[in-house]
Structures are given as structure tokens and as C-alpha cells.
Design a protein around this ligand. Structure first.
Ligand code: ADP
Ligand code: ASP
Ligand code: MG
Length: 415
């Protein structure tokens, strides 16, 4: 007997038939004698609609009210799944974040989980009751509802698994595991049986949406055994353990026997590029620009500065697309201090990244990337690197072409 957390994403609970399918999967684990907590997302599309409503009323709305609105999508699904489980004869009840409670900080819209009191859940699970928990939400120090940022149900699931001392955390989604790149844009992407925490963390942070970045960070720190698998593959009634070997396990680096130089490729269209033209090339200028942006909660990712001519230079950097209006307003306000002639914004860019722990010991990884992109006549606008990652910024129109070319160049294509 094991204690398991099962998490189901938006497409897995998109309608009543799918919720019945989830109930069947949960019931199967209960019949096997396991203690089960389930974490659910909102039905796919719901959160986008809720976010859209807030933005339509006021682009710069009160983040606390935004959380009140967007947290509702998950609540519906917890109740529906509890009913579907009860219909199958499984004892189940729903839990909202505030009821457990899942305590977070007060960063509304992107809150971090500070603690979960799992005692009551553990006691009830011991009596055979399934806990159906709303993902994505918690309660802040001000006793108001918070949400964990888009994709946050993954993080709810991993945090709950840690708090409940679960034997594993199964993340059910619409693909059957973590692939070498997004299988929706590269048909030759290969499923990985295992991926190292660090690689998964880096892939998630540069755009692979299959797991929220913070969930991987938590799993790594709390030693939670995370498995990514599909909620759509048929269950095999003749194989009582079917599915146990499926999906992708996120593991320690030394558990991976056949190490590849590059584990995967990710892309993100969530960034926008800003170029400041003709700024004075003198000490303190970067501090003036990035200090002003930080003061307005705008995160900056990639940065490149040109050599100067006549004491003037150009500076290019990227910010989250959602932050672009705030970044532009901030730069306009700080123009007298910065002294730039012009601020040019370009939202039509994509960041393409190759990730692999093998880069630590292999030279030439970046060069392979540059060569493959050059062969397709794709211009590189900005480059940034870390120990296990190389990222480039390119025109958004070339995203798929670039990802496919790199997938082939690093010999990741499935046979
Ligand atoms: P859920 O609603 O279940 O949380 P998400 O849409 O958040 O699902 O994440 C699953 C999606 O992640 C897949 O449909 C796939 O398009 C995308 N994805 C991006 N990169 C990868 C990757 N390397 N491996 C698998 N899926 C990926
Ligand atoms: N429903 C939330 C979202 O769409 C959380 C999640 O699905 O993980 O971002
Ligand atoms: Mg998700």
C-alpha cells in the first residue's frame, strides 16, 4: 500500500466524461489499497476566460480580486470529481486551498506556498477517504485567496505530496510524458523514460509548459518522486499494474545511465524585446534602467549591449510579454535619467533554448546551435547561456523551423 498524489490538468477534466474517466483512474488506485489525494485544475479554457474578464474590466486590476476570480475554476472541478467518485462508491470530499489550509505569501497572482497542514487529510486518508483538492490556490497572510501563477496546479500537487509524505506524485496530462521537445510541434520528438531534476527545471524555466518551474524546484528540494503521464491512454483491465511503468520519471542525475549531451529543446513566445537606442555609455546607466524596471516589478531576462561609438550605445533586453506595457511606461517615465533617444519594442520574438547537463563536459554545444540556425538562414538577435543551457532570441515566425532544425542537429529525432 502506498500514499499517492494524483494531479489532473485542464484537458483531463475538460468535461463530465473526462471527469468520469478521472474518477475511474482514482477508483482503481483506491481498489489497489492506496491512500489517494487528488489535485485538480480548472477545466481547460476556464482560467483563460476568467483572466480575460479581469483584464477587460481593468488592465491594471487589483491582484487580490483577480485571485478571487481566477481561483474559482478549480473549485467547480473538485466538487464535480467528488460527486463522480461518490457515484462509483468511493468515499471522497472536496477541499479548497483555504480549508486545508494551503498557506502562501501575499504575492497575489504569483504566490508561493509557505506551508501545508496535512494532518487532517492524512487522518481521513487513513480511513479510506479520497481528498479532492483545488490546485493553483491557497490563502495568504491577509486571509485572502491567493493563486500560484499560471500552471500552478503542478506546484500544488508536489507541495501536497511533500506535506503528506506521499510515496509519489503522478502528474496526469494530455501527453504521455516529457519529450525531447514539445511533441505538438515536432512529430519526431522522443519520450524520455527519465529526466534529471536539474534538466527538467531548466527546461520548464525556459518555456516547456509540461511542468510549472516551481513544482520541479520543490520536487528537487523535497525529494518528491514525480512522474508525468497521460490521462488519455486506455487503462488495461487485464494488467493490474498497467501504467506503473509508463510516463516519465523525474529523478536524480546519477540515476540516468545513458547521458545525452542535450536532453531537450524548449521555446517560449512569452517574451518581448526592447531596444534602447543611443544611450550614454557611462557608469550607472544599467543601474538606472534595470533599477527602474525592478522598482515596477518588471523582470528582465536576456540582455545585450553594443560597443559604443561617440560615447553612445544601444542596449537590448527582453521582458515578459505581459509586462511590456508596464516596461514601456516605466522607461518613458525614466527617460530623463536614462537619456535614450528611442525605445523600440518588438513582441514578435521567440526564445529557443537547448538544455542538457552534458554541456558541462562537452565543448561545442553552442556552436552546433549557431551552425544549425545559420543553415536555415535564421538570424540570432540575443544570446544567453548558463552552465547547462544555451538560449537564443529569434524572430517568432521561425520558432517551429528553429526547434525542428535543432532537434535534428542534436540527434534527438526519433527513428
Ligand atoms: P495540463 O493542463 O495537464 O497541466 P499543460 O498544457 O500545462 O497541461 O502541459 C502539457 C503540454 O505541455 C503538452 O500538451 C505539450 O504541448 C506541452 N509541452 C511543452 N514542452 C513539452 C515537452 N518537452 N514534453 C511534453 N510536453 C511538452
Ligand atoms: N488553471 C490554472 C491555469 O490554467 C492552473 C493550472 O492549470 O495548473 O493556469
Ligand atoms: Mg499545466
Amino acid at each position: 500500500m502506498a500514499r499517492i498524489v494524483m494531479k489532473f490538468g485542464g484537458t483531463s477534466v475538460a468535461d463530465l466524461d473526462r471527469i468520469r474517466n478521472v474518477a475511474a483512474r482514482v477508483a482503481r488506485e483506491v481498489v489497489r489499497g492506496h491512500e489517494v489525494a487528488v489535485v485538480v485544475s480548472a477545466m481547460s479554457g476556464t482560467t483563460n476566460q476568467l483572466v480575460g474578464w479581469c483584464q477587460s474590466l481593468a488592465p491594471l486590476h487589483d491582484a487580490r480580486e483577480y485571485d478571487t476570480v481566477v481561483a474559482t475554476g478549480e473549485q467547480v472541478v473538485t466538487g464535480l470529481l467528488a460527486i463522480a467518485l461518490q457515484e462509483r462508491g468511493v468515499d471522497a470530499r472536496s477541499w479548497q486551498g483555504w480549508q486545508i489550509p494551503i498557506e502562501t505569501d501575499d504575492a497575489h497572482g504569483k504566490a508561493r506556498i509557505m506551508g501545508i497542514d496535512g494532518a487532517d487529510l492524512i487522518r481521513r486518508m487513513g480511513l479510506g477517504q479520497v481528498a479532492v483538492v483545488s490546485g493553483f490556490q491557497g490563502i495568504g497572510p491577509d486571509r485572502r485567496i491567493t493563486t500560484l501563477g499560471r500552471g500552478g496546479s503542478d506546484t500544488s500537487a508536489v507541495a501536497l505530496a511533500a506535506a503528506l509524505k506521499a510515496d509519489r506524485c503522478d502528474i496526469y496530462t494530455d501527453v504521455d510524458g516529457v519529450y525531447t521537445t514539445d511533441p505538438r510541434i515536432v512529430s519526431k520528438a522522443r519520450k524520455l523514460d527519465k529526466i534529471a531534476y536539474e534538466e527538467m527545471l531548466e527546461l520548464a524555466s525556459v518555456g516547456a509548459k509540461v511542468l510549472q518551474t516551481r513544482s520541479v524546484e520543490l520536487a528537487m528540494n523535497e525529494r518528491v518522486r514525480v512522474r508525468v503521464l497521460s490521462s488519455f491512454v486506455e487503462m488495461d483491465p487485464n494488467d493490474p499494474l498497467d501504467g506503473d511503468k509508463a510516463g516519465t520519471l523525474v529523478v536524480d542525475e546519477d540515476e540516468i545511465v545513458e547521458k545525452q549531451m542535450v536532453a531537450g529543446i524548449a521555446y517560449s513566445r512569452d517574451e518581448a524585446k526592447i531596444t534602447l537606442r543611443r544611450i550614454p555609455d557611462r557608469p550607472g546607466i544599467a543601474a538606472a534602467i534595470f533599477g527602474a524596471l525592478a522598482d515596477h516589478n518588471v523582470n528582465v531576462d536576456m540582455i545585450v549591449q553594443n560597443i559604443s561609438a561617440d560615447g553612445m550605445t544601444d542596449l537590448t533586453f527582453t521582458v515578459g510579454k505581459a509586462d511590456l506595457p508596464r516596461a514601456q511606461a516605466t522607461l518613458a517615465e525614466a527617460q530623463p535619467q536614462i537619456g535614450h533617444a528611442e525605445a523600440i519594442a518588438d513582441p514578435s520574438v521567440a526564445k529557443i533554448s537547448v538544455v542538457g547537463t552534458g554541456m558541462r563536459s562537452h565543448a561545442g554545444v553552442a556552436n552546433t546551435m549557431f551552425r544549425a540556425l545559420a543553415d536555415k538562414a535564421i538570424n540570432i538577435q540575443v544570446i544567453s547561456t548558463s552552465e547547462i543551457k544555451v538560449s537564443v532570441l529569434i524572430a517568432a515566425d521561425y520558432t517551429e523551423l528553429a526547434v525542428r532544425a535543432l532537434h535534428t542537429a542534436y540527434c534527438l529525432d526519433a527513428a
